[in-house]
Structure formats: structure tokens, C-alpha cells
Design a protein around this ligand. Structure first.
Ligand SMILES: CC/C=C\C/C=C\C/C=C\C/C=C\C/C=C\C/C=C\CCCCC(=O)SCCNC(=O)CCNC(=O)[C@H](O)C(C)(C)COP(=O)(O)OP(=O)(O)OC[C@H]1O[C@@H](n2cnc3c(N)ncnc32)[C@H](O)[C@@H]1OP(=O)(O)O
Ligand SMILES: Cc1cc2nc3c(=O)[nH]c(=O)nc-3n(C[C@H](O)[C@H](O)[C@H](O)COP(=O)(O)OP(=O)(O)OC[C@H]3O[C@@H](n4cnc5c(N)ncnc54)[C@H](O)[C@@H]3O)c2cc1C
Length: 661
């Protein structure tokens, strides 16, 4: 599609684009993280879009379960080959966003890339990396991350799979003692992988040392047949991601060499002596890494959904605002703006907090190399909180975008249903959100109780700022609003701690008191993480060196985001005195003004996300706005339309209709 050729474009969209009052390319660079990144992303996307191998012969929704898997594996393999062939080399971690949309419904190699390789990088010592990293990067072996079991996903300490060390032959014996110990869920495990990282309870010298990672060959490298002592299969259809082969795995006293335990952090020596790690949660490192990645992935899903909903809202006309006048664009309804525009604002919130989290992760990783684990708990808390809020915000945002598109949003060809199922899974995987938020709460209560002790953790230093509890502000600058978020979080933490303490003083055990307060604790964790997001948003926009137009748009979006979230949880702001009922009413009024200010820029802002039609894959969101023709053309692809009268008519309907004659 030639974006300069207005003649092919829907007139509403042409008008919308003419209203643009900022430099779109500049905003695109901010979204990508710099000009060079934009160029790199475009180069990769061009490479993919122009390659006919990525086309589906028929839409995936009409394929059988086997064909969906096979078709997606074909494209995934081609993608890996293509990226590996590039002369310039590649950094998948940086480029992973550029791949969004090319593989449509969960691809069988995703966990190889996003967890198996990172597990080798983060958990294997240098000799082990020498043995397996190169081979996995060259795709000579394909792996997954097998942790979850039928009986236990959340509670990693409760895993049942055993790895028992036998010093006589220097081997571990992997065993699945019960049905509930069956590994269940790992992506690509069913049919694709020939290796995997297994999390199993380590037993040596008669003691259990908890879950540790082991690399295990599952299938013969020549025949791809599963090895003796190993039972493998696929777990069946899911809500979404159905082109992946999420699998199950059982071990029957399967032996692996001692050196297959990933030994970067802890070791089992030849005689069976256990050498403990610097920090006993270092074996959870792969999960933490992926949680950081999920924040960025969620922002991309929301970019897709909101691009579709915004363009469609500009093209779609319905009902009337002024009686008797032509039907307006649905984007002119304030309620429609309230659905769509806060989701645009949310995209930037997620982008900026993902970047901030990544920076913290890099510095913690650098410190870890020097043996310093001091900031690991803070990173665990931040990555857990941001993974939870980004996945729930994005899932809700995608669903709102689907609802904003009315009936057509329910069609597979809008690409909103698949975007939703591909996002909501992140609420569950990599740590179920409630559970992760309770980890954040645990860290908050602990930090609150150790006020005065220097921990170096900056994200919770505000908990010591007791004076702010009494100081509600009368100013409404963005900074002042961020202060209100801080006050709300601090006051919730103080309330939860007091409630916990009171229950303990009344004789309850701490863990019962904890469970009894956990709804409030969840709120603390959400408020704390929201405060973090708001603070990063405000600081990033405030310090941004950008043209006036771009800065204005981002200031308005940031302000909208702050006010939107205040209004959603206004009770917490009132309860702690950060804001008065009158303040809330004023802010609600301002939110409507902001919607009106941003309304004319909405199409141009989503244009700045720069998602090519081929990747957006949506009849409703295409660049040219030619929505109705596309919907019609897609409908014609239904196999039911191959014949005027389907066979099923003769088999079932005709006999029914004639039965009473
Ligand atoms: C070429 C390629 C190269 C590179 C590619 C690089 C990167 C790719 C990166 C990203 C990919 C990008 C995007 C990803 C997008 C999509 C992802 C695709 C696929 C994902 C598929 C999903 C896979 C999975 O789901 S895997 C399974 C995940 N499972 C879980 O997450 C389980 C959740 N449960 C837990 O984590 C733990 O059980 C628990 C944390 C909840 C509790 O643990 P435990 O019981 O052991 O602890 P507690 O008793 O509660 O607490 C004790 C103390 O320990 C502290 N703690 C806990 N965890 C940690 C940690 N990780 N670090 C530090 N500290 C930790 C806790 O705070 C307690 O401390 P205290 O002081 O005692 O209070
Ligand atoms: C699409 C998809 C892909 C996946 N890929 C992989 C993979 O590649 N590898 C892998 O190992 N796993 C994978 N998983 C598994 C995933 O990591 C787990 O499903 C997830 O960690 C949640 O665990 P669970 O299913 O045991 O849920 P449960 O823990 O049983 O959760 C059920 C309910 O119990 C609640 N609950 C549990 N514990 C607590 C608690 N302590 N406090 C309060 N409430 C609690 C939860 O909040 C939830 O409401 C995948 C899952 C999905 C859906």
C-alpha cells in the first residue's frame, strides 16, 4: 500500500490524517526506541512481508488442528532460517517486536527462542554453554522449558518430578512418580522439541535441595522418535495459540549425565556434594527474564488492537448525534473516545515502563556477574508487578477495542479475537497474575517493616516518606497527580501492614493473617505498580527532547492516563485524602476535555505505531480504511461458500424438513 497515494484511501481517513499536528516519524522513533531501531524494524519487516513463504494458502481458521500446526511450523522454521541467513547477524531480544504478526497463533518455536535459549544463557556454566548454546542458536537442537506439571504450576516448590543423583555412575535419574507430576503445558513440547530444560526436585546424598534446571534430550536427533523412558504428547485445543503444540512429558527412571544439571549457580559434585548458589532463587532466573520481555510484548499487542479500533472508529458511521443529520463517525461519540483513546495512552505507559524495567534488569545482571545479589528481590518484585499489570491492562484493552468495533470486532478477520487470546494467556503463564502480585505485596510489607534500613532499592524508598501521608496537594500538575498515586499506594501498604499486625496481635499465625488480608494486599501491589508506571510515564515525557507537537501529544496522553486511572480507583485516593471529591469531579471533567483534544490526533498517533497491513492482518484496521470490501472478500473465503447448497443440507436438514410430510 502506497501511503502517499490518497486516492486509494477512505475519505474519512484522509480527513483524519490531514488534521495531524505533530511529526509522525518522530513519534514512531520514540515508540521504537530511536531512529536506528525504526530502520532495523522496518528492514526486518520488509524482509518478512515480501516473502511469499509467509502466506497462508487458506485462512488458518479453516485449517484442521494438524494443518494449523504444520503450517505454522513451516513458517517458523523459515523465519529462523531467514534470520540466521542475514549477513548482519541479529539480536532476537532487540528484534523480537519486529516479528509480531508474522506468525499468527502461537508458534511452535517461540519457547525455544524465548525460554530454552535464555535458560542456557542464564543457568548453564561456560562448558555447558559451549556444548549447547551454539547448537541451539543454530537450531540444530530445539528445546522448551518444562516446569509446570498437571498438579503444580504456580507453586514451583511443590513440583514432583525428581532428579535423584546416583554417584556410582555419575548420573541423575529423572522420574515422574505420579500422574500429577506429568509435565504439562510447555510450548513446542508435544511434537517439535528434541531437547528441553526440565525443572525437577534435586535429590542428592539423601536430601532434597528443591527445584533445579536440567537439560534433557527427549528425542533421537536422527529419527525424532522419543527416547526410551520418555513419554511425550500434545495436550489438545486451547482458547488460543492453537498452532503451537503445548505438550506433556513423563519420565520412567530416565538417566542423564551429571553434567546435564545446569550448573552456573549451584552444582552437584561427582561425589554428590551439593554446592549452593549465591542466592537460592537464582534458578528462577529464566522466569524473571521472560516476565520482563512480556511487558514489551503486551504493549505490542495493544498497539495492534488500538490501531484496528481507532482506524475503524474513524471509518464507521452509525446513528446520529444531531437529530436528522448524517450519521457521524463513531469516533465522534465521547463514549467511543473513552473506549479507544485511553488504550492509546496505555500503550506508551507500557513502552516506557518496559524500557525502565529493562535498564534495571541489565544493571542487576551486571551486578550479579560480580556476585552481588542485593537488588534481586527488587527486580523480582518489579518484574512480577509489571508483568501482571501489563498483561491485565493489555488484555482488557484489547477486549475494549474488540467491543469498540461492534459486531465486526467479533469476526476472526478483524484479528481482534486472536489478538485477545494471544494476550490474555500472559495473565496466566509465566506466573499467574494474582500470585505474582502477592509476591509484590510480600516485598512491600517487608520493605515497609524495614524502613530505616538501607537496602538500595529505589522503587520502595517512598514507603519511608511518612510525612506525605498528611499532605494532599492542591496543585494538579502531572507531577502532583503522580504524588497522589504515591500517597494512595503508601496508605494502602500502611493499612495492610496495620491490619496484618492487628490480626497477629490477636493471636493469628502470620500466614493465616496474610491470607485473611490478601484482597487488600493485592490492591497494595496494584497501587504500587501503577504508581511506578505513572512515575516513569511522567518522567519520560517530561525529560523527552522532542518537537513541540510530539511533546504536546505525549503530555496529553500521559495526563489522560493519570486521570483515567485515578477515576477508575478514585475510592483509594479519597480514602487516603490524596484527593477530595471536588478534585475528582474536576479531573473527570478534564478527562473529557483531553478526549476532545486527542480525538483529532488519534488516527495519526496509531499511524505512528507503523504496523504494516500484512502484519496487522485485519479487515477493520487496514491503512486505507477499505473495510467493507475487505469484510466481504474475506467472507467469500469460507469453505461453506464453495457450493450454494452444502452436503449437510441433504444429510440433515432435508430429512428434518420432510419428516412431518
Ligand atoms: C537468541 C535468543 C536470545 C535471547 C532471547 C532473549 C530473551 C527473550 C525474552 C523475552 C521474550 C519476550 C517476550 C516473551 C513473550 C512471550 C513469552 C512466550 C512464551 C512464554 C510461555 C510461558 C512459559 C511459562 O509459563 S514457564 C512457567 C512459569 N511458571 C511460573 O512463573 C511459576 C510462578 N511461581 C513462582 O515463580 C514461584 O513459585 C513463586 C515466586 C510464586 C514463589 O516461589 P517460592 O515458593 O519458592 O518462594 P516464596 O516462599 O514465596 O518466597 C521466598 C522468597 O523468595 C523470593 N523470590 C521468589 N522468586 C524470586 C526470584 N525470581 N528472584 C528473587 N527472589 C525471589 C521471594 O520474594 C521471597 O523473599 P523473602 O525475602 O523471603 O520475602
Ligand atoms: C498458553 C500457555 C503456555 C504455557 N507455556 C508454558 C511453558 O512453556 N512451560 C511451562 O512450564 N509452563 C507453561 N505454562 C503453564 C503456566 O506457567 C501455568 O499455567 C501458570 O504458571 C499458572 O499455574 P497453574 O496453571 O498451576 O494455576 P494455579 O496455580 O492452579 O491457579 C489457579 C488459581 O489459583 C490461584 N492461586 C494459586 N496459588 C495461589 C496463592 N498462593 N495465593 C492465591 N491464589 C493462588 C490463582 O490465582 C488462580 O486463580 C503455560 C500456560 C499457558 C496457559
Amino acid at each position: 500500500m502506497d501511503k502517499n497515494n490518497e486516492r486509494e484511501c477512505n475519505e474519512d481517513l484522509i480527513r483524519e490524517r490531514r488534521k495531524c499536528n505533530f511529526n509522525i516519524e518522530e513519534l514512531t522513533n520514540i515508540v521504537d526506541g530511536g531512529k536506528a531501531r525504526t530502520a532495523r524494524r522496518r528492514e526486518i519487516q520488509r524482509l518478512l512481508i515480501n516473502d511469499p513463504e509467509f502466506l497462508d494458502e487458506i485462512p488458518q481458521d479453516y485449517m484442521s488442528h494438524e494443518d494449523r500446526y504444520s503450517n505454522e511450523l513451516r513458517k517458523s522454521a523459515h523465519l529462523m532460517q531467514k534470520l540466521a541467513d542475514q549477513e548482519s547477524g541479529h539480536d532476537i531480544h532487540q528484534d523480537i517486536g519486529a516479528l509480531t504478526g508474522i506468525l499468527k497463533d502461537g508458534n511452535p518455536l517461540m519457547v525455544h527462542l524465548s525460554m530454552f535459549i535464555p535458560a542456557i544463557l542464564g543457568q548453564a556454566n561456560s562448558e555447558q554453554q559451549e556444548k549447547w548454546l551454539g547448537r541451539s542458536l543454530r537450531n540444530e537442537i530445539i528445546g522448551t522449558y518444562a516446569q509446570t506439571e498437571l498438579g503444580h504450576g504456580t507453586f514451583v516448590r511443590g513440583l514432583e518430578t525428581r532428579a535423584t543423583y546416583d554417584p556410582t555412575v555419575e548420573e541423575f535419574v529423572l522420574h515422574t512418580p505420579t500422574i500429577t507430576a506429568t509435565k504439562w503445558w510447555p510450548g513446542g513440547l508435544g511434537k517439535t522439541c528434541n531437547y528441553c530444560v526440565v525443572m525437577a526436585q534435586l535429590y542428592t546424598q539423601g536430601r532434597c535441595y528443591g527445584p533445579h534446571p536440567f537439560i534433557v534430550q527427549l528425542r533421537d536427533e536422527e529419527t525424532h522418535r522419543s527416547l526410551p523412558g520418555i513419554t511425550l504428547g500434545e495436550i489438545g485445543p486451547r482458547l488460543g495459540l492453537n498452532s503451537n503444540d503445548n505438550g506433556f512429558l513423563k519420565f520412567e527412571n530416565h538417566r542423564i549425565p551429571r553434567t546435564n544439571m545446569l550448573m552456573k549457580h549451584s552444582q552437584v559434585l561427582k561425589d554428590g556434594t551439593y554446592v549452593k548458589p549465591l542466592h537460592n532463587k537464582l534458578s528462577y532466573g529464566t522466569m524473571m527474564l521472560v516476565r520482563v520481555g512480556i511487558v514489551g510484548a503486551c504493549s505490542r499487542s495493544l498497539q495492534y488492537a488500538v490501531t484496528i479500533a481507532t482506524r475503524y472508529s474513524a471509518v464507521r458511521h452509525q446513528s446520529e448525534i444531531v437529530p436528522g443529520q448524517p450519521e457521524p463517525q463513531i469516533l465522534d461519540y465521547q463514549t467511543q473516545q473513552y473506549k479507544v483513546i485511553p488504550q492509546i495512552a496505555s500503550v506508551f505507559a507500557l513502552i516506557f515502563s518496559a524500557r525502565s524495567l529493562s535498564k534495571i534488569q541489565s544493571s542487576v545482571t551486571a551486578k550479579l556477574k560480580d556476585g552481588n545479589t542485593d537488588l534481586l528481590p527488587e527486580l523480582h518484585s518489579l518484574s512480577s508487578g509489571l508483568k501482571a499489570l501489563s498483561s491485565s491492562d493489555a488484555s482488557w484493552g484489547v477486549e475494549v477495542c474488540r467491543l469498540a468495533c461492534g459486531g465486526h470486532g467479533y469476526l476472526a478477520s478483524s484479528n481482534l479475537p486472536r489478538t485477545y487470546t494471544g494476550t490474555t494467556c500472559a495473565i496466566t503463564y509465566e506466573g499467574e497474575n494474582t500470585v505474582l502480585l502477592l509476591q509484590v505485596a510480600r516485598y512491600l510489607i517487608k520493605s515497609y517493616r524495614s524502613i530505616g534500613k538501607e537496602t538500595g532499592a529505589s522503587s520502595v524508598s517512598y514507603l519511608a516518606d511518612q510525612t506525605s501521608l498528611a499532605s494532599s496537594s492542591s496543585s494538579f500538575s502531572n507531577k502532583a497527580l503522580v504524588q497522589a498515586f504515591k500517597l494512595s499506594a503508601l496508605s494502602l501498604v500502611a493499612e495492610a501492614e496495620a491490619r496484618l499486625q492487628k490480626l497477629c496481635d490477636m493471636g493469628q499465625e502470620f500466614y493465616h493473617a496474610w491470607n485473611y488480608c490478601s484482597v487488600l494486599l493485592l490492591k497494595c501491589a496494584e497501587a504500587h505498580t501503577r504508581y511506578y508506571i505513572c512515575e516513569k510515564y511522567e518522567q519520560t515525557v517530561d525529560s523527552l527532547k522532542a518537537s513541540e507537537g510530539v511533546k504536546n501529544v505525549l503530555q496529553s496522553l500521559c495526563r489522560l492516563y493519570l486521570i483515567y486511572h485515578i477515576t477508575l480507583t478514585h475510592g483509594d485516593f479519597l480514602k487516603c485524602g490524596a484527593l477530595t471529591p471536588r478534585n475528582i469531579a474536576v479531573l473527570e471533567g478534564e478527562m473529557c476535555d483531553l478526549l476532545a483534544v486527542l480525538r483529532p490526533q488519534a488516527v495519526s498517533i496509531v499511524d505512528a505505531f507503523d504496523i504494516p497491513d500484512e502484519l496487522l492482518g485485519s479487515t477493520l484496521g487496514c491503512w486505507d480504511g477499505n473495510v467493507y470490501q475487505r469484510l466481504y472478500d474475506e467472507a467469500l473465503k469460507s469453505p461453506l461458500n464453495k457450493t450454494d447448497v452444502p452436503d449437510a443440507y441433504y444429510k440433515y436438514l432435508l430429512p428434518l424438513m420432510k419428516s412431518s410430510l
